[in-house]
Design a protein around this ligand. Structure first.
Ligand SMILES: Nc1ncnc2c1ncn2[C@@H]1O[C@H](COP(=O)(O)OP(=O)(O)OP(=O)(O)O)[C@@H](O)[C@H]1O
Ligand SMILES: [Mg+2]
Length: 359
């Protein structure tokens, strides 16, 4: 999958910007604050209708303007597909090939992006919610059934929590809701477990390519009820065991919404042992590993490394670039770039972008 062209109007610092992109590595270089991340954020936004650095869409609209407009032309081997998003403080309108879409999942077949951002260096140090979101996003992007099940589970969980808010909730209603939650959770837990098993291999394959003999990093998925026979029954027992606690605390204390994945080297969590540079490489590997779990060549996502090369020594920088070279399309933002292996855009503080031709 690739993005061939982008047009941004009143998006962040850009009043009107049109860029054509190339296959392979696209480098966006320029001084701090020039607008490099804004461009990759726009590419990401076109694929997910959300940003990787803000939950507030209004942040994306150019100051003092009523609306922002983004347009991207994607291709996934067959024919180009156009995504258009109009953003206003009151909401957004999304169209694919000039037709308004009703569900975000309709973007799934059109555009997919994997992104590494500077804050991902702390991926394994961060809150479990960050790792769950990573799992959910990557699984859901290729399995609409998973996405639908997540929504079902979320609805049941909300309902359960709403019932638990009462001093003396209706026990039958609570039981039925917990039952619904358990049914959806079984599907979620199985998807997550299978995904992490596959991820384990590709993640370490990526890691072996971009590091210099770093030991295998073991990923461990921690389901709230261990997988195996009679899963729903065992989950039911777990919920019965925590019921009095949940009633007392007016909320659901266990479940798919509390799970986590941990990373270990020699049974030690990497959070305690890996160096800053190693954490960066591990984070790049975990964010890019899903690329190799997508079997159809045209569906393999666009890769974004926002500030991914900084703080890496020369050797690791080269290894990462070599690793990225055969991928369909990659975007790298960087303050300085001198290697002649990429299509290179130089971004200046005055919003002008020039394409530097390289051999
Ligand atoms: N809504 C907005 N309206 C106008 N300008 C904005 C808006 N949001 C952000 N900016 C401007 O965009 C610039 C930051 O852009 P961006 O984060 O892309 O920089 P960058 O080139 O990635 O810098 P760095 O190298 O520091 O990461 C800042 O100058 C900021 O003021
Ligand atoms: Mg930036």
């Amino acid at each position: 999958m690739r993005i061939n062209k982008i047009n941004l109007r009143n998006f962040r610092n850009y009043q009107n910007l049109t860029l054509q992109f190339a296959p392979g590595i696209n480098v966006l270089s320029g001084p701090n604050g020039a607008g490099k991340t804004n461009i990759v954020e726009a590419i990401f936004y076109l694929a997910f209708a959300s940003s990787f650095r803000t939950n507030e869409d209004v942040d994306l609209i150019n100051n003092n303007q009523p609306l922002a407009y983004l347009e991207g032309v994607f291709s996934n081997g067959k024919y180009p597909q156009k995504v258009q998003i109009e953003l206003q403080a009151a909401g957004k309108k999304i169209a694919v090939n000039n037709h308004g879409i009703r569900r975000l999942s309709e973007l799934n077949d059109v555009a997919n992006v994997l992104v590494f951002t500077p804050k991902d260096v702390l991926f394994f140090d961060d809150a479990p919610r960050i790792r769950r979101r990573y799992l959910d996003t990557n699984i859901a992007k290729n399995a609409n059934y998973y996405l639908r099940t997540l929504l079902t589970a979320e609805k049941a969980l909300k309902e359960r929590n709403r019932l638990l808010k009462h001093a003396n909730p209706d026990r039958t209603h609570l039981e039925i809701t917990t039952e619904k939650l358990i049914q959806a959770s079984e599907i979620i837990v199985n998807y997550r477990a299978e995904y992490v098993t596959h991820l384990q291999k590709t993640f370490n394959a990526v890691l072996a390519k971009i590091t210099d003999g770093l030991q295998e990093v073991k990923l461990r998925y921690l389901p709230f009820v261990n997988l195996g026979d009679n899963w729903q029954e065992r989950a039911k027992t777990a919920y019965q065991r925590t019921l009095s606690y949940d009633l007392e605390h007016h909320g659901t204390s266990i479940g798919y919404q509390r799970e986590d994945i941990v990373a270990e080297i020699n049974d030690q969590p990497i959070t305690a042992t890996a160096s800053q540079g190693q954490k960066r490489l591990i984070a790049i590997a975990i964010k890019l590993a899903p690329y190799f779990l997508i079997t159809e060549e045209e569906k393999k996502p666009i890769v974004i490394l926002d500030d991914g090369l900084s703080e890496l020594d020369e050797k690791h920088r080269r290894k990462v670039l070599e690793f990225l070279t055969p991928l369909n399309q990659t975007f790298i933002t960087v303050t300085q770039f001198n290697e002649p292996c990429a299509t290179h855009y130089v971004i200046n503080n005055n919003q002008s972008v020039t394409r530097k031709e390289t051999i």
